[in-house]
Design a protein around this ligand. Structure first.
Ligand code: NAD
Ligand code: DAU
Length: 349
């Protein structure tokens, strides 16, 4: 059946993989990508599908009420997959207001417009809110985040995402907007902005620059290949139950330092360098304020209910990721200049 779906943040890292999957898999759908093109949005990420008949790009801000209203009137959306956000924890520590504006106000704005546009006609509509495991806070050495784990966000970023999750549930409960929420662990893969750990370190290794490891490097994250996240979003969008939350994770925990050592090893091989060349670049730097110790996701609800599982083993995913960045040095070089340099100096000097 044909549908018109609004994907917000589709020019960003995860959003571009979701847009690509939906455009290619559902030729009968119309996919409208709404993105403000902040520093993190990059239309280069979508060159391969930008001329497809079922794809439309709209540049705009989810915070702008009049603009979002007009967009809903223009397209009469059946569904929204909402990924647009400020997404980097370190930036949320230096500039929390931008996170509150986009992640909280922007999400509530979309909800308001969807509520009015769908009023009395909610059947078949869906507001899918893409969120993060960081809303659950930080774990000790054991335990996993479940969908029922209480929210306990610790950074301005995770607090803004937690707040937006609460608003989505509140609008479902109060106004009957059909919704689903998913909370995913750390994504990695092609076209991630090099402010996040893996692309930043790949970029620094290829340029012979120091690898800034925060604190003692013993912080733990669960890692998922971005295409597997996009596949999970597709499944949940089409088969998830109204009003439910689904955790998405890779069943794949690593301490930062072990992950970085594996990356260094694979980078030496990919660049044809002597073993342990990249490892010499590891430099311990001052810790991130309020740094969450450990995230770990129990994604068994999604596995048992909808049959989703990660398709890639981590070593294989990491090799594919490295190969992509090395084959797309132009993409990285175009980011490396200007504002990125300023950000880098402020963050790491
Ligand atoms: P990203 O920073 O790469 O991309 C965000 C996109 O949103 C960019 O294209 C940007 O231009 C756009 N955007 C920002 N503000 C906007 C606004 N006001 N109006 C319209 N567009 C705007 O982010 P990402 O890593 O791809 O994350 C996407 C979503 O997934 C976010 O909601 C994030 O919280 C969530 N998430 C990310 C991860 C991860 O590991 N990266 C894990 C779990 C959940
Ligand atoms: O868990 C999901 C979240 O994962 C998403 O919601 C966020 O959008 C995404 O940015 C990511 O958050 P993290 O803070 O975990 O990702 P980041 O890549 O910034 O850092 C991963 C780990 O590496 C974290 O423990 C901090 C550490 N780190 C990061 C950077 C950028 C370093 O040691 N040095 C660095 O330079």
């Amino acid at each position: 059946m044909s549908k018109t779906i609004l994907i917000t943040g589709g020019a960003g890292f995860i959003g571009s993989h979701v847009v690509r999957l939906f455009v290619n898999k559902y030729p009968d759908y119309k996919i409208v990508n709404l993105d403000k093109l902040t520093y993190a949005g990059n239309l280069e990420n979508l060159r391969d599908i930008e001329n497809k008949d079922n794809y439309i790009f709209e540049k705009g801000d989810i915070v702008d009420e009049g603009y979002v209203n007009d967009l809903f009137a223009k397209y009469n959306f059946d569904g929204v997959i909402h990924l647009a956000a400020e997404s980097h924890v370190d930036r949320s520590i230096t500039n929390p207001m931008e996170f509150i504006m986009t992640n909280v106000v922007g999400t509530v704005n979309l909800l308001n417009v969807a509520k009015d546009a769908w009023k009395g006609n909610e059947d078949g509509k869906l507001f899918y809110h893409v969120s993060t495991d960081e809303v659950y806070g930080s774990l000790g050495d054991t335990g996993l985040f479940l969908e029922t784990t209480s929210y306990d966000p610790q950074s301005p970023y995770s607090s803004s995402k937690a707040s937006s999750d609460h608003f989505v549930r509140a609008y479902g409960n109060t106004y009957g907007i059909p919704f689903v929420i998913s909370n995913c662990s750390n994504n990695y893969g092609p076209s991630q902005f090099p402010e996040k750990l893996l692309p930043l370190f790949i970029n620094n290794i290829r340029n012979g620059k120091a690898l800034p490891v925060y604190g003692d490097g013993k912080f733990t994250r669960d890692w998922l290949y971005v295409v597997d996240h996009a596949i999970a979003i597709d499944k949940i969008y089409h088969e998830g139950r109204n009003g439910e939350t689904y955790n998405i994770g890779g069943f794949n925990e690593w301490t930062n330092i072990d992950l970085i050592k594996l990356l260094c090893k694979q980078m030496d091989i990919a660049l044809g360098n002597e073993a342990r060349t990249a490892e010499k670049l590891i430099t311990y730097v001052k810790d991130r304020p309020g740094h969450d110790k450990r995230y770990a996701i129990d994604a068994n609800k999604l596995k048992n209910e909808l049959g989703w599982e990660p398709s890639l083993q981590f070593e294989e995913g990491l090799m594919k990721t490295i190969a992509w960045y090395l084959a797309n040095e132009k993409w990285m070089d175009s980011i490396n200049s200007g504002d990125y340099q300023k950000y880098y100096e402020q963050q790491y000097s």
